[in-house]
Design a protein around this ligand. Sequence first.
Ligand code: NOJ
Length: 451
Amino acid sequence: MHFKELSFPTNYIWGAAISAAQAEGAVHIDGKLNSIWDDFSKRKWNLNRKIAHHGISHKPLNSAEFYHNFKADIQILKQLNFKAFRFSTAWSRILPNGIGPINQKGIDFYNQLIDELLENNIVPWLTIYHWDLPVALQKKGGWVNRDILNWFEEFTQVLLHHFGDRVLNWMVLNEPLAFTAAGHFLGVHAPGKIGITNFLKATHHALLVQANTGRQIKNINANFKVGTTFSATYITPYSQKPKDIEATKRADALYNRLFLEPYLGMGLPISELPFLNKIEKYTKSEDNYAFDADFIGIQNYTREVAKHNTWMPYIKAGIVPAEKRNVPITAMKWEILPESIYHILKKINQYPNLPPIYLTEVGAAFKDTVSENGDVNDQERIQFFEKYFQQVLRAHQENYTTEGVFVWSLLDNFEWAEGYHPRFGLVHVDFKTQQRIIKQSGKWFKDFLKS
Ligand code: NOJ
């Protein structure tokens, strides 16, 4: 099937996405102070060997410099025919200490960005938190301190006050499982914390923030569209042995249900993950994880295969790496299986009273190379998108609909623990010269989205 045959509804939203820490650069200028990722990527002794081994180049500092290039980048976005843009606000650019005095230059930057988008008929979709907590708040415990509820409320209030006249679409958190599990249990993402207590506290607070902030935004203006985003992984068992099937259920509860079900008012998946019971200790009577959202954002990149593993603490399930399964993989070593999104949408649609779904990230990293004639011919990425969108349409035909897609990512960017090696962009970035080259996949979108 050729992409011309991919027929999405005419009012479908087509956007591209970036996040602040991954694309803005300019981490130490105009009043911005460090985020936990600026600090984490400097550590020589952290658990993340890739950042440590590649030294200074693998830091948010050296990214695509969107902060200085946003006008030109928005022109590219427009040229590629996207009508929406998902970006996040760097907390420590706006409130350098996390709370307290506002940095006017930070406000000015996002004001200019929003104005520029609107002048170019591109709708802004703002993610409040995409993993870059101010270091000043981390020093007070960050996500494991219940005060994060107040800090987050203050930050949100500042955003609403300054941008709420022009931004209508709000996403509270980006993939909370990543910054709680990778950042607070495994220690491989910032802030590099480990252990079950850190994980459970951070999880409890993130669950509260995603719901409380939704209510806060709606209280200011009921017309705002509010939701939050979730990672979603299609998980299948390694074998049909009952032990592997049970392990898959536990892995699914952790990967896919932990943040979504409480948000939908269904509570924590305690029966598959009994250790979550410990969260009760941190719970107060007023705590409420449920929020009647206007939409949810789903971000699916791959499929994982789960297997019983007695040694894996708490979930007794392990993931069989894609590399060992003899399947096609991306530069992230993630299995390429576009059907995953169909299965995810089918599964999520079993929930009652589901709000509309947006695919708030869709994309893949490949080893892109610039040819002698200056072209980046990323055919694998084009194939990925074609097949992925076919699967989204397959889901639509069965009434598992979505309202829009945000491609991850507009630009090659800082891929967290993986540094700058994996390139996800539709636009190639030379991180030394900041030169942009629209990849063939970018041109594919330009053609596909032309009206
Ligand atoms: C999810 C995250 O939101 C984003 O920051 C990251 O770059 C992509 N996945 C790819 O790993």
